[in-house]
Design a protein around this ligand. Structure first.
Ligand code: NAP
Length: 458
C-alpha cells in the first residue's frame, strides 16, 4: 500500500510520501535507543512536565490538526476536534498518575520470605514499537505514547499508510514538548517492513491496534523473538435492549454508537440484539433515526456521517451487505454506496439475517447495523457471544438482577450498562477472544510495557 494521503471525500490523492529507506529506519531505531538511555534517568516529574507541554501544543493546534485528520481519513470535523482534545486529556492523565501507578509496592510481611524488606518496582523496558490504525489516528497513537513515555520507554510509531501526515505531526510533537530527541518517532514503512523492526534486538516489545491478520502476524514475530506484545483487534460488539430499558435513550444512543467515526470504530455497537417485546418499536425508531442522518462533506459541521476512509474498506462493507441480502436479509434503510465522488456508503439497517450470512460473524467497519430479535435474556446473551470477537458490549435494562446477570455472562473486555462503549483514560481498555489481549489505558495500560522487578533484601 502506497504511503499517501488520499482524501476519502473526493478520492483525490493529495500527497504521496517516499517510504523511509533501510538506512533511515536503522538511524531512527538507534536514536530511539539513545533516547531511552537519556529518558530512563529522568524523573516522573520531568516527564510529566513534557507530557503537559505536549497536551498544550495539541490544544493550541486543534484546528489545523483536526482538518488534517478529516482530509486523511474522512471523519466529521467536530469529531476530529474532539479526538484531538481527548488525546490532550490522555497525555495529562498520565502526567498526573504515572508516578502513583508505577510506585514501588512493599511486601507487608517480608519475614515470610526470609527478608528484611521485599518489594516490587516497575522499570521501563526500552524501545517499544507501536503499529497503529487510521481510524483514530491521533488518539490511538497517543494512548500508547502517553503511558509509554511517562514510564520512561521510547516509542517508534508505524502508522497506517493512509495517515502519513498525522504520523509526521506526531513524530515532531514530543521533541517540541521537551522530550529528548528520538523519544518518539514515526517510521514511514509498509507492513512488510514491520517484522525486521520487531526482530531488532534494540526493540523490546510491540503493540498493535488493527485487524486480526495484522495482529496475528505481529504476535507471531514477537513470539518467535520472545518479546512482549499487546493486541487491540477488531470487535463486533453487541448492543442489547431489554423491555425495561429507556427506549428513547437506547435508540438515540444506538444510532450514535453505530455511526460515530463514520461507523469505523472497533468498539462501535454493531449488532443490535433486541428483546422481542420491544423489537418492533425499537426497529422502527432506530431505522427512522438512521435514515435521517446527514451524510456529506466531513468538513461541513452539519455532517453527521462522512465517507469511509478507503475505497477498499467501502468495497468490503458493500460485499458483506450484498452477501446478507442475497441470503435473505431485509434492508430497512440504506443498503448501498452513494453515487458521488469519494467513498460514501449510506447508513444502513439490516434485519432478518440468516445464520450463514458472513455479516453474522464478521466485523462491519462502516455505518451498517444488524438487528437481531431475541426471545429472552438468555437468547440475547447467546447471540451476543456467538462471534469470535470479545471487545466490548452494551446492555440496556433497568432491572438490577438482569444487569448483574449480563455483566457475568457477556464474553467481552467490557460491559457498559445503559450507555455506549467509550474509551476513557481512567478505565482499562482491551478485549478477549479474537479481539486481542493485554490492556491499554488506566494503571493496567502503563504497566504493560514495564519490567515488574522483584527486590529481596536479606
Ligand atoms: P489493519 O489493516 O490491520 O492496519 C492496522 C495497522 O497494521 C496499520 O498500520 C497497517 O499498516 C498495519 N499492518 C497491516 N497488516 C500488517 C502485517 N501483516 N504486519 C504488520 N503490520 C500490519 O487494520 P485496518 O483495517 O486498517 O483498521 C481497522 C481494524 O482495526 C478493525 O478491525 C478495527 O476493529 C481495529 N481496531 C481495533 C481497536 C482496538 O482498540 N481494539 C481500535 C481501532 C481499530 P498499513 O496501513 O501499511 O497496511
Amino acid at each position: 500500500m502506497a504511503i499517501a494521503t488520499v482524501n476519502p471525500a473526493t478520492g483525490a490523492t493529495e500527497r504521496e510520501f517516499e517510504p523511509h529507506s533501510g538506512e533511515e529506519v536503522e538511524r531512527r531505531i538507534a536514536r530511539a535507543q539513545d533516547a531511552f538511555k537519556a529518558l530512563k534517568d529522568t524523573t516522573f516529574a520531568e516527564r510529566a512536565q513534557w507530557l503537559r507541554r505536549a497536551a498544550e501544543i495539541l490544544e493550541g493546534e486543534v484546528d489545523e490538526t483536526a482538518r488534517m485528520l478529516v482530509v486523511e481519513m474522512g471523519k466529521p470535523i467536530g469529531q476530529a476536534e474532539a479526538e484531538v482534545r481527548k488525546s490532550a486529556k490522555g497525555l495529562r492523565f498520565y502526567a498526573d498518575h504515572a508516578e502513583s501507578f508505577l510506585a514501588d509496592e512493599p511486601l507487608d510481611d517480608p519475614a515470610a520470605v526470609g527478608a528484611s524488606r521485599a518489594w516490587t518496582r516497575y522499570e521501563p523496558l526500552g524501545v517499544v514499537l507501536a503499529v497503529m490504525p487510521w481510524n483514530f489516528p491521533v488518539w490511538q497513537a497517543l494512548r500508547f505514547a502517553a503511558p509509554a513515555l511517562a514510564a520512561g520507554n521510547t516509542g517508534l510509531l508505524k502508522h497506517a499508510s493512509n495517515v502519513p501526515q498525522t504520523a509526521l505531526y506526531l513524530d515532531g510533537l514530543f521533541e517540541r514538548a521537551g522530550f529528548p530527541p528520538g523519544a518518539f518517532q514515526a517510521l514511514l514503512i509498509g507492513s512488510r517492513e514491520v517484522k525486521a523492526v520487531i526482530e531488532d534486538a534494540r526493540v523490546k516489545a510491540v503493540t498493535l491496534t488493527g485487524s486480526e491478520p495484522a495482529g496475528s502476524s505481529v504476535a507471531a514475530t514477537a513470539g518467535a523473538a520472545i518479546k512482549k506484545s499487546v493486541l487491540e483487534l477488531g470487535g463486533s460488539d453487541p448492543f442489547i435492549v431489554l423491555p425495561s430499558a429507556d427506549l428513547d435513550a437506547a435508540v438515540e444512543t444506538a444510532v450514535r454508537a453505530r455511526t460515530i467515526n463514520n461507523g469505523q470504530s472497533c468498539i462501535a455497537g454493531k449488532r443490535f440484539i433486541v428483546h422481542t417485546d420491544v423489537y418492533d418499536e425499537f426497529s422502527r425508531r432506530f431505522t427512522e433515526a438512521t435514515a435521517a442522518l446527514v451524510v456529506g462533506d466531513p468538513l461541513d459541521p452539519k455532517t453527521e456521517v462522512g465517507p469511509l476512509a478507503t475505497e477498499a474498506g467501502r468495497d468490503e462493507l458493500a460485499e458483506l451487505v450484498d452477501d446478507a441480502v442475497a441470503k435473505g436479509a431485509r434492508v430497512l434503510t440504506g443498503g448501498g454506496a452513494l453515487d458521488r465522488p469519494g467513498w460514501f456508503y449510506a447508513p444502513t439497517v439490516l434485519a432478518d439475517l440468516s445464520d450463514d450470512a458472513a455479516i453474522v460473524q464478521e466485523e462491519t467497519f462502516g455505518p451498517v447495523a444488524a438487528l437481531y430479535r431475541a426471545e429472552d435474556a438468555a437468547d440475547a446473551a447467546r447471540i451476543a457471544n456467538q462471534t469470535r470477537f470479545g471487545l466490548s458490549s452494551a446492555v440496556w435494562t433497568n432491572d438490577a438482577d438482569e444487569q448483574e446477570w449480563f455483566i457475568r455472562n457477556l464474553d467481552a473486555g467490557a460491559v457498559f450498562v445503559n450507555g455506549m462503549t467509550v474509551s476513557f483514560p481512567e478505565l482499562p481498555f482491551g478485549g478477549v477472544k479474537a479481539s486481542g489481549y493485554g490492556r491499554e489505558l488506566a494503571a493496567a495500560g502503563i504497566r504493560e510495557f514495564t519490567n515488574l522487578k522483584t527486590v529481596w533484601k536479606g
